[in-house]
Design a protein around this ligand. Structure first.
Ligand SMILES: [Zn+2]
Length: 459
């Protein structure tokens, strides 16, 4: 640890650090005037250089709406057509790397990016967040993010700020090596920042509360998965510190973070957000993003699959398009016994409101949802009973779904260890209209109080 601290201090005084910091400083002020220029520039570049957009060649000044939407399947199936080339068919100069994502949907996607653009915008956005959170120039952090095989327990994190980083896996009492690591690390030294996926932060919070460990970081940053309200409360109680949600996608990098008023502010000068209507539901928008810096393989009008509430005017003083809340992923549809499809968000909110901080919903057959919780306590049983009464008052026999406590306490993880709140094992037709209004009791968000959509059946 000391050795890594010394290494970081040396780096802090080096010319390389000064040079990198200068690059970051140049972009760190939010610049909405540049955003419009960057967008016009990337669209013209895509029209001229990217085979997929050849049909737009005659547009003198193409605007976003002229471009087709890009879905995950397009990135997968049309990879070659999406790479920029000059007149002779050659790729742009630069240092390329291929970035492969397994994603929450399990289908791998490849992206081509350059070291010049791909990395820089993430660093700048990370630096903006450090400033917003008032973090020290150098310090220590616990990182409970998704780690690659072979990630060391302790390492130096150099940019945007030099931090000693301690990489922890999600707490798992059944794994002796994880139990041992937590025992030797958590609470052994002060931490300035805790970052990680929502479910792992909840696990760490529970670990600290159970053992009376008082970590007092300056900031807790949650990413990758939607954090349910009850989980957030537990994390804030454990660390006496507000949680800041960062919204990022593998395809566009960091895109937005949450202000003190709980609104997500998009970093519009690096990524242009479009909030498109979602299946006729007035309270939901589909998040579509265009990356403004990545020229090797421009990501234009990428349909993230994430839903949010409509744009709102936030008075907090932070710039950028603000939305009230991230509602979750549209992919995680539930299938009723009647074959109709339903949005999971009313159910997820109701489970959270019932006091469950840590859970996952797994569906393997129509009409039955298995609830996985770390321990099948009396509280979890009562919650299932209570919600089933509500569900039964809305759905008749043979309609909708019912909850069952799963036979397992083991959460289902994706290929890279990501834990999604809903795991859907059934084939759901894409674009099917979801019913949203089936559970109302105890649901706080107005996003769930809308009328019940007429749902066509799943073919
Ligand atoms: Zn705000």
């Amino acid at each position: 640890m000391t050795e890594i601290g010394e290494k970081l201090n040396r780096f802090l005084r080096s010319a390389r650090y000064a040079e990198k910091r200068a690059e970051i400083e140049k972009l760190v002020e939010f610049d909405s005037a540049t955003a419009a220029d960057r967008l016009a520039d990337i669209l013209a570049h895509a029209r001229d250089r990217v085979p997929r957009y050849r049909p737009l060649q005659d547009h003198a000044n193409p605007v976003l709406a002229d471009f087709p939407l890009t879905r995950k399947a397009d990135l997968r199936d049309r990879f070659i057509d999406l790479i920029s080339r000059d007149e002779t068919g050659r790729m742009e100069p630069g240092h390329y790397f291929i970035h492969e994502t397994s994603g929450s949907t399990g289908q791998p996607v490849r992206l081509l990016t350059t070291a010049e653009t791909g990395g820089l915008s993430s660093l700048v956005i990370a630096e903006r967040l450090c400033r917003h959170l008032g973090l020290p120039d150098t310090g220590t952090e616990l990182n409970l993010g998704l780690h690659y095989e072979g990630t060391p327990l302790v390492e130096a994190g150099f940019l945007p700020r030099p931090y000693v980083r301690c990489n922890l896996r999600g707490f798992d009492p059944s794994s002796p090596s994880i139990v041992e690591t937590y025992a030797s690390v958590v609470g052994a030294f002060p931490v300035d920042r805790i970052i990680g996926t929502s479910s792992r932060l909840v696990g760490l919070a529970r670990y600290c509360l159970d053992r009376g460990i008082r970590l007092r970081p300056r900031a807790v940053v949650a990413s990758y998965e939607h954090l349910v309200e009850e989980g957030r409360r537990m994390v804030e109680e454990a660390f006496r510190c507000p949680v800041t949600m960062v919204y990022a996608t593998s395809e566009t990098g960091s895109a937005a973070w949450e202000c003190r008023q709980g609104n997500l502010h998009f970093q519009d000068d690096f990524v242009t957000p479009e909030l498109l209507p979602y299946d006729g539901d007035e309270t939901l928008r589909s998040i579509v993003l265009t990356g403004l810096l990545t020229r090797a393989m421009p990501v234009i009008r990428y349909v993230t699959g994430d839903l949010c509430s409509p744009a709102t005017a936030c008075g907090c003083g932070l710039p950028g398009t603000a939305v009230g809340s991230l509602v979750g992923r549209s992919k995680a549809t539930l299938v009723g016994a009647d074959g109709l499809v339903y949005s999971p968000y009313a159910l997820l909110a109701a489970l959270s409101n019932a006091g469950l901080a840590d859970f996952q919903v797994l569906q393997e057959r129509p009409g039955i949802l298995q609830l996985i919780v770390p321990d099948a306590t009396e509280e979890a049983r009562r919650c299932v009973e209570h919600l089933n009464r509500d569900l039964a008052s809305y759905f008749r026999e043979g309609q909708g779904f019912r909850l069952r406590l799963a036979a397992t306490n083991t959460f289902v993880l994706s290929g890279r260890g990501k834990r999604n709140p809903v795991v859907q094992r059934l084939d759901v037709a894409p674009g099917a209209v979801e019913g949203t209004g089936y559970l109302r009791s105890g649901v706080r968000s107005p996003a769930y109080a809308g009328p019940v959509a007429q749902s066509p059946s799943v073919p």
